[in-house]
Ligand binder design. Structure first.
Ligand code: CA
Length: 220
């Protein structure tokens, strides 16, 4: 799960990034509206946390630009302004949810989980496949009822595959989901994490679609 964080306040941005990273998300953080617009053009994200008051280009304009291009990306706006006019403008411009500053990080995380759930077309909080259950709220993973211990990257990869259950995920899509900008990506790291997941969840749990990528295998 890769999320674009757009926030010009250094302290707040740092706190949000750290909190969301702990929750298992991959975070790209930009500090102005123009950088946000370009990032949204260039990368595939699963959600965007968008401040409204930003240098170079306002958050509302970033959002309008995104929607004019027909991009349905889930967007949660952050606003310091308490006026309902700002919230209405944000929602009317295509935001999916909003939070007024100051807010608690756990609430932001819960709202993001709800957004991602709705975007994934599911209403249940947990994701399941072939006896494996992942609960994004607690980050707990079980297989046939038994707890499975995963590293942060393994967890992120599993979450991505479960969210795109009916799709084949290419290696570059999985890399996008695993790494933020500037992070070193080894040449075969996706394969290594797939290998670890197969060891922990069963050899048939993830199948290789030759020449295309990976997809969850076995009985749904
Ligand atoms: Ca701001």
């Amino acid at each position: 799960m890769r999320i674009l964080l757009v926030e010009d306040d250094a302290l707040l941005g740092d706190g949000i990034r750290a909190g969301l990273k702990l929750a298992g998300y991959t975070i790209d953080w930009v500090r102005d509206g123009e950088a946000a617009r370009l990032a949204l053009l260039d990368h595939a994200y699963q959600a965007c946390v968008l401040d409204l008051g930003l240098p170079r280009r306002g958050g509302l304009s970033v959002l309008q630009d995104l929607r004019e291009r027909g991009n349905p990306l889930p967007v949660l706006i952050l606003t310091a302004r308490d006026s309902s006019a700002d919230k209405i403008a944000g929602l009317d411009a295509g935001a999916d949810d909003y939070l007024t500053k100051p807010f608690d990080l756990p609430e932001l995380q819960a709202r993001l989980r709800a957004l991602l759930r709705r975007a994934g077309g599911t209403t249940t909080p947990t994701l399941e496949h072939a006896g494996v259950v992942l609960d994004p709220a607690s980050k707990r993973v079980t297989r046939n009822g038994e707890a499975v211990s995963l590293s942060a990257r393994e967890y992120t990869l599993l979450l991505d595959l479960l969210r795109h259950k009916s799709h084949i995920r290419t290696r570059s899509q999985l890399e996008e989901s695993l790494y933020s900008w500037g992070e070193e990506t080894g040449s075969n790291t996706v394969e290594v994490y797939i290998h670890h997941l197969r060891k922990k969840l069963g050899a048939d749990f993830i199948r290789t679609v030759r020449g295309l990528g990976y997809q969850l295998g076995g009985p749904a």
